[in-house]
Design a protein around this ligand. Structure first.
Ligand code: UDP
Ligand code: MG
Length: 309
């Protein structure tokens, strides 16, 4: 059986349609499936929609968070609740083409354990957004070696990969990269991002920025090493300057100008503050992890949803 996991946050206009489209496609291909909606604390009628569908269609299940915990939480809650031999993650707004699910499923039947769908085009996004995403993926690639170019959350995972992800103890996750990190036989497939079916995107720049910082710091310690690098560069600089100063002093050429002193103070001050800031990111992550708070809190389940903690 295939578990289709759909994170949904304020998607009342999309849920029924998405369920119909996906069931239509999978029924036509005769693929046995269950559909799990993870309602990420929606404030609209999403949950009522999910419950209604659950009553109409035995394959539809759902769970609801006590508040909005973010898409990552919804993905992981869905993976926990999934009962299938493999699971596919797909957005509720049909930006990930569900027509590809059968193809991904066949790849799985033919031995693939993880099927990642990559965006061949990024759809309609602002220039700033594109640059942001590009810069972020570059940083991830050069520092942690994980290639996220075109990566999306649209993936099919074998039960083995699902179990591996379910066992991860960490709180701050970055699903897109973690599914590559767990390994397994991975295959790729390309897709074009379509415009959103209905409703608006749930992201804004602040959310994206926090998401970016969290993802980088949860995958690589490279930013921390930048501080050391800057320190080494300044060390060399300091030796040269020191020698020059001493030479000037002993040859009686010592100036009483403050320019160099002021510049050095400014530069060093900035470097130190950036350094402390970067350490702060990691420290705050350690703090978050060590609190061992759950990633999400489930307030309700629909009938037939697997409850597993
Ligand atoms: N989503 C979620 N929790 C959030 C934000 C988004 O579960 O806090 C879900 C949303 O319902 C959708 C998917 O994540 O199914 C992708 O969100 P969206 O379409 O807003 O992102 P975009 O496609 O613009 O990147
Ligand atoms: Mg979307």
């Amino acid at each position: 059986m295939l578990s289709v996991i759909i994170p949904a946050y304020n998607e009342q206009e999309n849920i029924a349609n998405t369920a119909t489209v996906i069931s239509g496609i999978l029924d036509a291909e005769e693929i046995d499936f269950e559909m799990i909606f993870a309602d990420d604390g929606s404030k609209d009628e999403s949950w009522a929609e999910i419950c209604r569908l659950n009553g109409e269609n035995p394959r539809v299940r759902g769970l609801r968070f006590s508040r909005n915990f973010g898409k990552e939480g919804a993905i992981f809650a869905g993976l926990k609740a999934a009962e299938g031999d493999c699971a596919v993650l797909i957005d509720c707004d049909l930006q990930h083409p569900p027509e590809l699910i059968p193809q991904m499923y066949r790849m799985w039947e033919n031995g693939a354990e993880v099927v990642e769908a990559r965006k061949s085009s990024r759809g309609r996004e602002s220039l700033f957004y594109k640059l942001f995403a590009k810069g972020f993926y570059k940083l991830m690639k050069s520092s942690s070696g994980i290639n996220l170019d075109g990566a999306s959350d649209f993936k099919l995972l074998d039960r083995k990969a699902v179990d591996a992800l379910n066992e991860m103890p960490e709180r701050m996750t970055f699903f897109r990269a973690l599914s590559g990190w767990v390994g397994f036989r991975t295959e790729h497939i390309e897709f074009d991002v379509k415009p959103r079916n209905a409703g608006k995107t749930k992201w804004n720049y602040k959310k994206l920025f926090v998401f970016g910082i969290n993802s980088v710091t949860s995958f690589t310690n490279f930013p921390m090493h930048i501080i050391t690098l800057i320190g080494v560069v300044f060390g060399i600089f300091a030796v040269v300057m020191g020698i020059q100063t001493l030479v000037n002093y002993f040859s009686g050429n010592a100036r009483d100008g403050f320019t160099t002193v002021i510049l050095l103070l400014l530069i060093l001050g900035a470097c130190l503050m950036i350094g402390v800031g970067i350490i702060g990111f990691y420290l705050s992550k350690i703090y978050e992890e060590i609190k061992r708070r759950p990633r999400y809190i489930i307030s309700e389940y629909t009938k037939r949803t697997r409850r597993k903690e």
